[in-house]
Design a protein around this ligand. Structure first.
Ligand code: ADP
Ligand code: MG
Ligand code: MG
Length: 913
């Protein structure tokens, strides 16, 4: 071989588990098992690089032919048989295996190498005529369907006809002669569908199968799956060529799958299924009932013993739960596949800590093995595990939670039923912006089309609403007001239960139980442990250990966004180390609303001041409550942010009222004045209008009132022996001048309160960075700011120039679909754009003011991927909703370990096959 030629083919003995990029997941692990000396049927892997070359150039790399020949000859020499030989043929399977396991890729072709002559060799070598002809029939069928693209129905109906002719029910009752006849018929089917003969030449079979694995990378289904799971399109797949072993050679043969621990619950101890006298996918296809591993132990104690010792070996080696495919051929055990197994969230936490206790991994490693997304799943209310359930269908777990409701098929009905107090489940083929109101009204959303980036999924996640999307087996007939799945009909008004964490849809109402993990967070470990069963207790203990460990290693502090004392209490219980954002809007609503109306309407300064003065006392009370709840912890209070007209009556209503009064000759001067003010304050784009600091600078005394209330509350707390740590935050600053002006006013008030109350108050004043201009001039803004806090929601809106309420439902799904985003920038920080601003502002702000404290107070503060970015950017803390605080604590710990957020496809459903 030309020594400079690229190596495109690796014998199983040549690679290892870390070469998944090159050998695919299956190939890398087959290589690893071979290296460990486990009984793997020999074979070789054609690299993903060969596939990429083929996909880019439209033909195989020149060297591939030669390298395959060399690998094949080496294999033949090793096993002492030749591919498709007419006396004792070597047969191989041709399997696909990409970096990530991907349904939708090509099916495996088994028994490659059989032809009209070698089938006779197989008869002799195996001494089993029926087996040989059945193998050949399977090859033609699989090859015809997956490689030559013949409709599988053609073979299936020929098979059915053969059974009917013989008057039998199952394939196994067909005899050698029947199968031999079927082989002829299958070959005819291929000729009539493709105009060509079934390829007899073994090497040609191998090459065609290989090429078709390459091609399968780009099938619609595979592309769709990658888009849904955010897997890059340019990875390509590897091809594994593996010596056939046969589980269908009678009672002493069989095939099975097993796990080294239970991937559903995380319970210690092996777990698996075995099927005697069966090949390959017979186990998963459920044609016969499988045996448990215990039954297998009785049936074939020697193989069982060997299998369990291999399981232990693999676990020791991978130091994690492994999932395994194996086959027994006439009493000899063969390993066909292994990988680090997928698992549920609960199992992930349990298994990680079990492995720590078994001294197989460190606590750091355990922390790397669980994710914030998994913790979040465990925090949602769940369906009662003991409840009887009838599965209707299954879709994508699009937005977590457990929702029960009566089925409606359109948005209007959802709104109507919800208004009369019903819990409704909106069931649609797919949703679009017109369904928004219905989605808001529903407790959960179920669609039959679309995946994790569909409109329904994006909007549901944005609203924190449970959703299952793309339940493909569900036929939705919205006009007929029915949906069907697996023969079950669901009518409007029927009750369904959907699990947004697993994608399962159940018939009827399932009991929902609060999450034991939340119980633990809220009431402490001992209380929680006393209330749950042993398995659940194990999960709770595991969460506690890993969360505690994360707290120990993380650098990022975690605060919560909380507006009231009650929210603050909950945030503290969830482990918040302060409040990163207290919004003060609610302090102007309800009974206090008329006061703010008077502020806005005041004709004279005295009138306005009088109204403001009345607001000081209640606001002071609010702040006292908050500072009491957060005693000893930093509490960032944001001055009033939204447009003023939000506190005034609705413009349209008021116009009608005034017009009607005029008509009747009953003019009311107050209403007219109010209307004039509302008109004056009306804005076409309030998000970009008179709000935040702009309001503070144009409505005299407004911010001063709030600053005074904060200062007085702090003074009261100090006098009561407390340790208040308020921080005042000015929103929507774009220029340092704005901040200087507010600061001057605030400093004067603080001095005044210090003086009059006789307490030493130190209250930092900082700004929220939520405009690109503030970020780009951070070196100036920092002159006047004691701290920065990034309002990443608004910063995302202002950087992209769109308003979330308007765009998310309108076109985000299309953007995700077209690949403009891979994830909504409101869900996960747009690192390239918004993230760059965060980075610039942090660095340049600190250049002006060394040690400047920097925080994040957008929803991104609770998003795993964003948290890793904030950690790298040297931000001091993140702040998120109280419920996300534990997730943020965990991910901040993982960020230190440099562990990227697990890939989307790694945490989907458990595959037991
Ligand atoms: P998948 O990725 O869908 O699991 P596989 O390549 O693992 O596909 O193969 C499908 C089935 O065929 C599995 O049950 C596997 O164990 C079986 N199989 C694959 N290669 C061989 C072989 N060389 N001998 C026997 N069975 C095989
Ligand atoms: Mg498959
Ligand atoms: Mg497999």
């Amino acid at each position: 071989m030309n020594p400079s030629a690229k190596k495109l083919v690796y014998h199983f003995s040549e690679g290892d588990k870390d070469q998944k990029d090159l050998l695919g997941g299956k190939g890398a692990n087959l290589a690893e098992m071979t290296r460990l000396g486990l009984p793997v049927p020999p074979g070789f892997t054609i690299t993903t690089e060969a596939c990429r070359h083929y996909l880019e150039q439209g033909r195989e790399p020149d060297q591939l032919r030669v390298q395959v020949t060399m690998a094949l000859r080496r294999l033949e020499d090793e096993v002492g048989r030749r591919l498709g030989d007419s006396t004792d043929p070597l047969l191989v399977s041709v399997r696909s295996g990409a970096r990530y396991s991907m349904p939708g890729m090509m099916e495996t072709v088994l028994n490659v190498g059989l032809n009209d002559r070698s089938v006779l060799g197989l008869v002799k070598a195996s001494g089993d005529e029926r087996f040989a002809w059945d193998s050949y029939r399977r090859l033609i069928q699989m090859f015809g369907k997956t490689v030559l693209g013949v409709d599988g129905e053609a073979f299936a109906s020929a098979l059915d006809a053969a059974k009917a002719r013989k008057g039998v029910e199952t394939d196994v009752e067909l005899e050698a002669t029947d199968l031999q006849a079927l082989v002829e018929e299958f070959k005819q089917i291929i000729v009539s569908h493709t105009g060509e003969e079934f390829p007899q030449e073994p090497r040609r079979q191998l090459d065609l199968a290989t090429r078709s694995v390459f091609d399968s990378w780009n099938t619609d289904r595979a592309r769709l799956y990658r888009r849904r799971e955010r897997i890059p399109h340019d990875l390509g797949t590897a091809v594994n060529v593996c010596t056939m072993v046969f589980g269908n050679l009678g009672a002493t043969s069989g095939t099975g799958v097993c796990f080294t621990r239970d991937p559903a619950t995380g319970k210690p101890g092996v777990y698996g299924d075995y099927l005697a006298n069966a090949q390959g996918e017979d186990v998963v296809s459920g044609i016969r009932n499988t045996l448990s591993l215990d039954d297998f132990a009785e049936l074939d104690p020697d193989s069982y013993k060997q299998l369990t010792s291999i399981m232990r070996r693999l676990e020791t080696h991978y130091r994690d739960l492994c999932d395994i495919e194996f086959t027994v051929e006439r009493g000899k055990l063969w390993m066909l596949q292994t990988r680090v197994g997928k698992r549920t969230a609960a199992a992930a936490f349990r298994i990680a800590t079990q492995l720590v206790d078994e001294h197989l991994i460190t606590l750091d490693e355990a922390l790397e093995r669980v994710t914030g997304a998994q913790l979040a799943q465990l925090m949602f209310p769940q369906f009662d595990a003991d409840a009887e359930r009838t599965l209707l269908t299954k879709g994508m777990a699009a937005s977590p939670g457990a929702a029960v409701g009566r089925v409606v098929f359109d948005s209007a009905t959802a709104v109507k039923w919800q208004a009369r107090g019903e819990r409704v489940l909106l069931v649609r083929k797919e949703t679009n912006p017109e369904d928004l109101e219905g989605m808001i009204a529903a407790t959960g959303i179920l669609t039959s089309r679309g995946g994790k980036t569909s409109h329904a999924a994006v909007v549901a996640r944005g609203m924190g609403k449970t959703a299952v999307c793309g339940a493909e087996s569900l036929e939705v007939d919205a006009a007929g007001l029915v949906a069907t799945a697996g023969g079950v009909t669901v009518k409007e008004g029927d009750v369904l239960s959907i699990d947004g964490s697993t994608g399962e849809v159940f018939v009827g109402e399932l009991a929902v139980v609060p999450s034991p993990v939340v119980l633990y967070l809220e009431e402490g470990l001992d209380v929680a442990l006393a209330k749950v069963d042993e398995g659940t207790a194990d999960v709770v203990r595991a969460v506690d250990r890993l969360l505690t460990h994360a707290d120990g290693v993380r650098r990022l502090r975690v605060r919560a966004n909380a507006d009231t004392g009650a929210d603050a209490d909950r945030a503290r219980r969830m482990g918040a180390e302060g409040i990163g954002l207290c919004r003060t809007e609610h302090m102007f609503l309800g009974e206090r609303r008329p006061l703010i109306e008077r502020v806005v309407l005041a004709d004279t300064a005295e009138e306005r001041e009088a109204a403001l003065a009345e607001l000081v006392t209640p606001q002071t009370e609010d702040f006292v409550e908050l500072l009491t709840a957060m005693d000893g912890l930093p509490t960032t209070i944001r001055l009033l942010d939204p447009p003023l007209h939000e506190f005034l009556p609705d413009r349209a209503e008021l116009m009608v009222k005034v017009a009607v009064a005029k008509e009747r000759g009953e003019e009311n001067a107050d209403d007219e004045r109010l209307l004039a003010a509302v008109e004056r304050l009306h804005e076409s784009n309030p998000m970009l209008g008179l709000r935040g600091v702009r309001l503070g600078l144009t409505v005299p005394g407004l911010f001063a009132l709030q600053v005074r209330a904060v200062a007085q509350a702090a003074a009261r707390r100090v006098k009561a022996g407390g340790d208040p740590r308020p921080e005042i935050m000015v929103p929507l600053v774009g220029s340092v001048m704005e901040l200087h002006l507010i600061r001057d006013e605030a400093d004067a008030i603080l001095a005044e309160v210090r003086e009059s109350e006789g307490v030493d108050l130190h209250i930092p004043i900082g700004t929220m960075v939520e405009l690109p201009r503030a970020a780009l001039t951070a070196y100036r803004v920092a002159e006047a700011a004691d701290f920065f806090s990034f309002g990443t929601n608004d910063l995302t809106q202002t950087t992209w120039g769109f308003s979330r309420d308007d765009v998310e439902a309108a076109f985000f799904a299309a953007y995700l679909d077209k690949g403009v985003f891979t994830v909504s920038p409101f869900e996960s920080l747009d690192v390239d754009g918004v993230g760059r601003l965060v980075d610039i502002a942090t660095r340049e702000g600190r250049a002006t003011r060394p040690g400047l404290k920097v925080g994040i107070c957008g929803e991104h503060g609770g998003d795993p991927e964003s948290i890793h970015f904030f950690h790298r950017t040297d931000v001091d803390y993140v702040s998120c909703s109280p419920f996300r605080v534990p997730v943020a604590r965990l991910e901040a710990g993982r960020a230190v370990l440099g562990q990227p957020e697990a890939h989307a496809s790694d945490d989907d459903e458990i595959e037991k096959g």
